[in-house]
Design a protein around this ligand. Structure first.
Ligand code: GDP
Length: 141
């Protein structure tokens, strides 16, 4: 197993609903470590840049409105196989109606759009997404 890093975002719906602590506790309970965190409210340019691959899709406008609607927590997770396990085992499907029992989205997501958390979908995406939000952050090495 590889010790790796990935990006988790506790999205604005989950922060607003007061689920930030529950989500962090869930992740700690799985053995993930927190390497860096920041609570931010994304502006439109930041959200559009982050989700650039979805530009042109029907839900893009709604996604950007949602992601800029309030604070979100950016979390750099570290641990054995954490990119794979967070994304594929702990997080759950995009649509909470299809998410497996015991996943974050099953427990905390309200809809396909407002789905509580983000997770990088590959090691390459994790590296890119962590750099997008954390590069230049002096305490992350
Ligand atoms: P993820 O990898 O499971 O987060 O899903 P995708 O990469 O397919 O989509 C990125 C994000 O766009 C999702 O997490 C949702 O917040 C949002 N999204 C995806 N599909 C829809 C949709 O049909 N409607 C809305 N409103 N948002 C969507």
């Amino acid at each position: 197993m590889a010790i790796d890093r990935t990006l988790c975002i506790v999205k604005p719906d989950a922060v607003a609903a007061g689920n930030t602590g529950n989500i962090l506790a869930f992740l700690e309970g799985k053995g993930a470590r927190f390497r860096a965190m920041k609570l931010v409210q994304l502006n439109r340019a930041q959200a559009e840049g982050f989700y650039a691959e979805h530009k042109g899709r029907g839900f893009f406008g709604e996604l950007i409105e949602f992601m800029t609607s309030g604070p979100c927590l950016l979390v750099m997770l570290e641990g054995d196989n954490v990119q794979h396990d967070y994304r594929n085992v702990w997080m759950g499907q995009t649509d909470p109606a299809q998410a497996a029992e015991g996943t974050l989205r099953k427990r905390f997501a309200e809809s396909k759009g407002k789905n509580a958390v983000h997770g990088s979908d590959s090691p390459e995406a994790a590296a890119r997404e962590l750099a997008y939000f954390f590069s230049g952050c002096f305490d992350v090495v």
